[in-house]
Design a protein. Structure first.
Length: 100
């Protein structure tokens, strides 16, 4: 008698392969490694789903890194576009003393 095939590996393996092969370039993988590590540990502790946790952690880590990068760029643009302070006005001439 044959054993029933579990559908989870049939979905997870191609998904992980796709993410690893086409997911992102090294320059765009910012945040993925740290997120994947945290996700793998969390997934393992939540019922031996380390691979699923790693994939989800990579996606979340990448999203958060992009969000932080956008915020930094926005702040840089604001600093560049901020109006420059007007130069201080020259001191007023001293009033002449009136002698009577």
């Amino acid at each position: 008698m044959s054993r029933p095939v579990s559908s989870i590996p049939l979905v997870v393996v191609p998904l992980v392969s796709l993410v690893l092969l086409c997911g992102s370039h090294p320059l765009q993988a910012r945040g993925c490694i740290k997120g994947a590590a945290v996700g793998a540990v969390a997934g393992h502790l939540a019922g031996h789903h380390g691979v699923v946790g790693a994939v989800a952690g990579c996606a979340v880590g990448h999203h958060l890194a992009k969000k932080q990068q956008r915020e930094e760029l926005r702040q840089q643009r604001q600093l560049r576009q901020a109006p420059k302070a007007a130069p201080p006005a020259p001191p007023a001439p001293a009033a002449a003393a009136v002698i009577t």
